[in-house]
Design a protein around this ligand. Structure first.
Ligand code: ACO
Length: 702
């Protein structure tokens, strides 16, 4: 990757003297961008372009070529890749469209194969190129004028990426790198992220993703990058296809976007909704100092916007400083009699620019206050020009020591002040929510880094005996089944350390009565049939059976109902099981996600699972701290903490189950779905019980 971002020589295959062609634009950008290495335009016609001699082919170039851009039609790309292989080119950037994105999958595979054989890496095809501030290299066919800086952008969308070039230039957002990954036939986001971890020029990464390929590696890489620098992601294409294809609750609840969202949070990645929000965040994250642990103070000359900013702080996770005594003392000298030193600190509309400056100084000089949100409403008495100077001056003095954001609200003169100051890189916004949002991103990034550093230091659970579970799967697979029967699933649960209700499969009515007597009343009964997936829907379940008579009735009713529901179902028997006492019903699942590989799920379970959809996800494997965090992340978590005098539930036991399940799905690739629903959670210290365990697997895989 070093060779891609810091090449000593760049060739452009398909360089053209026709200014309307992409092959011309790329050469023009390389030249005008100030690239200091050797430039080799390649065109069989020869001649000259922008002061550089054209070479008829890569082989005709004397020295080595680190990077070659390809800008010729798709049909000619393969021979060019082969020629580059012979030449020993390091990286190919294939701008050409017309490959897998339009269904030409084989053509794309061929060029990747040829490149791999020759040891050449491919970026693309279907990309707009690369910008690297480290080499002043603008090898894109964008509008040019990229401002060097500290933000790296990786984008899957070409059109949006090119538009970002113009947008970053007009917003004076400095870039350290810009990479278009296009079809990701070889080099993908993870490769670029790996390079950016140690790239000193990059302090923030912005990632635009449409679809995830190689999600397991992406998660690992993002987790590593965010330990060193913040990552902001924008993701479009919220597809539900993967979820629809899945067979279990875990699958259908795992809307592709919900999984993406939770996994990004797990990696400490900040997800922005819009490009503008992402730009505001990365610009701020690249320039603001790390906040100390604490809290922000709002200084305003208007009560209304002060309250709005308070709301925004709650929404974006910015805590407000609250010590009334210290606040009163800090603002004693600047506060008019009718003002308020409570946070938000309201200087009122009478405040002069000097009062305002003094109040901000008071916040920024006070060690116990850690960030300032400065709000200003245009008034008849204060003058915008004076305010512009004040903001510039305050920002210049404190920008290195404390995070500050400004929001100015008013007419044309204020709009002009905002434009001027933003152009200078001052974090000034027209709206209080826009101002608080990047500050919130800064705090969230910091909190997440700290939290994960804590998690990583913790010890993990003992290993699950996966070998024995493989044996159970082998046995079921030999009968050509892709799922485990109840008693097999119960054996797996036992190996996982989960206590399941005592049970027995009865093959006859007498057998069922005897089993119930042995297990002890009350019991439940469930049909056992590989043809019945949803047992309740088929009338195949009877609960709370207190005596022999009820067992007899239930046995007959189950057989009758299931036969009516699915006449061709082969019924192996009826399972008689201990009826377990009630607790909080949760769902614990693990599945192989099409994009991210093994993913864990936890949520409120039982019959409400489909309605509430209160579930959360994490990439597996997980340790006990991540498992606890997963449990705590659902909306219904207070139910587990105990509401209205109830005692706290055994969340440690839930976390324990999650960790062990995550080990199983991670180490047993043929399992596609495991679901425990419900996992009944009892009071602290009393553990959990798995009532129903379903396991789906691929019998063809060993
Ligand atoms: N070696 C060197 N030069 C060659 C070769 C070769 N093997 N074959 C052709 N050339 C020359 C051509 O003679 C031509 O030069 P000329 O102008 O002197 O005649 C030049 O290379 C370009 O070839 P053209 O046939 O004119 O191709 P054109 O420039 O029209 O199109 C392109 C090539 C741009 C790669 C096109 O096929 C394409 O894929 N366009 C889409 C690009 C794109 O959008 N990529 C995704 C970016 S992201 C986004 O969505 C914006």
């Amino acid at each position: 990757m070093e060779r891609l971002f810091r090449p000593e020589s760049v060739a452009v295959i398909g360089a053209s003297t026709d200014p309307g062609k992409i092959g011309h634009r790329v050469v023009a950008n390389i030249v005008s961008g100030g690239y200091g290495g050797r430039v080799y335009p390649i065109n069989p016609k020869g001649g000259e372009i922008l002061g550089h001699t054209m070479y008829p082919s890569v082989e005709a170039v004397d020295g080595p070529i680190d990077v070659a851009l390809v800008s010729i039609p798709a049909a000619g790309v393969l021979p060019v890749v082969e020629a580059c292989g012979r030449k020993g080119v390091g990286h190919l950037i294939v701008l050409t469209s017309g490959f897998s994105e339009v269904g030409e999958i084989e053509a794309e595979r061929e060029i990747v194969r040829a490149a791999k054989e020759a040891g050449v890496r491919i970026l693309g095809p279907n990309v707009f190129g690369i910008y690297s501030a480290a080499s002043s290299l603008d090898a894109t066919f964008g509008p040019g004028g990229i401002v060097p800086g500290r933000v790296a952008i990786i984008t899957q969308s070409g059109a949006l990426g090119i538009a970002m070039i113009g947008k970053t230039a007009s917003e004076s957002l400095g870039l350290s790198a810009l990479v278009s990954v296009g079809n990701k036939s070889d080099v993908d986001e993870s490769d670029v992220l790996e390079y950016l971890i140690d790239d000193e020029q990059t302090s923030v990464v912005l990632l635009y993703i449409e679809g995830v390929k190689g999600g397991e590696r992406l998660v690992r890489m993002l987790s590593r990058v965010t330990q060193r620098k913040p990552v902001v992601v924008i993701k479009s294409g919220r597809s539900k296809r993967g979820a629809m294809a899945a067979a279990s609750h875990t699958g259908s609840l795992a809307g592709a976007d919900a999984v993406f969202d939770d996994l990004m949070r797990q990696c400490g990645v900040l997800r922005a909704v819009s490009v503008q929000e992402a730009f505001d965040w990365v610009r701020y994250l690249a320039s603001a100092p790390q906040p100390a642990d604490g809290d922000a103070v709002i200084v305003t000359n208007g009560g209304g916007i002060g309250v709005l900013a308070t709301d925004a702080c709650e929404e974006y996770g910015v805590r407000l400083y609250d010590d009334q005594g210290i606040l009163a003392e800090a603002f004693e000298d600047v506060m008019p009699a009718f003002g308020s030193s409570k946070n938000p600190v309201d200087l009122t509309g009478q405040a002069t620019a000097d009062d305002y400056a003094k109040a901000l100084d008071a916040v920024l000089e006070e060690d116990r206050m850690h960030a300032a949100i400065a709000l200003y409403c245009e008034t008849a008495t204060a003058d915008a020009e004076r305010f512009e100077t004040l903001v510039r001056d305050v920002y210049a003095r404190y920008r290195e020591s404390k995070p500050i954001v400004f929001s100015l609200f008013g007419g044309e003169s204020i709009a002009q002040v905002i434009r001027t100051l933003r152009g200078e890189g001052v974090p000034v916004f027209g709206d209080v929510y826009e101002a608080v949002s990047p500050l919130g991103a800064l705090y969230r990034a910091r909190r997440s880094t700290r939290r994960r550093a804590k998690i990583e230091g913790r010890s993990e659970e003992p290993e699950v005996d996966v070998e024995s579970i493989r044996g159970i799967l082998d046995e079921a697979g030999s009968q050509d089944r892709g799922f485990l029967l109840a008693h097999e699933a119960a054996q797996v649960a036992e190996i996982l350390g989960l206590s399941m209700p005592a049970s027995r499969v009865a093959r006859s009515l007498d057998d069922a009565v005897e089993a119930a007597g042995q297990i002890g009343y009350p019991v439940v009964m469930k049909v056992v049939s590989k043809d019945v997936v949803h047992k309740s829907d088929a009338g195949g379940v009877a609960l709370d059976l207190d005596n022999e008579e009820e067992v007899v009735d239930a046995y007959q009713a189950i057989l009758r109902r299931v036969r009516a529901h699915k006449p061709d179902a082969v019924i192996e028997g009826v399972e008689v099981a201990e009826m377990i006492r009630s607790g909080v019903e949760t769902i614990v699942g693990a599945r192989r996600d099409p994009a991210f590989g093994p993913v864990m799920m936890f949520g409120l379970g039982g019959i409400y699972v489909e309605v509430m959809k209160d579930v959360a996800f994490r990439a597996a494997p997980i340790g006990s701290e991540t498992a606890k965090e997963l449990v705590a992340s659902i909306r219904s978590y207070p139910l587990l903490l105990g509401v209205r005098g109830e005692s706290r539930k055994d969340t440690d036991a839930v976390a324990h189950a999650l960790v062990r399940l995550s080990q199983l799905i991670s180490r047993c690739p043929r399992i596609s779905d495991i679901e425990i629903n419900p996992l009944v959670v009892y009071d602290q210290g009393e553990g959990v019980r798995a009532v129903d365990v379903r396991i789906l697997f691929d019998p063809q895989r060993g």
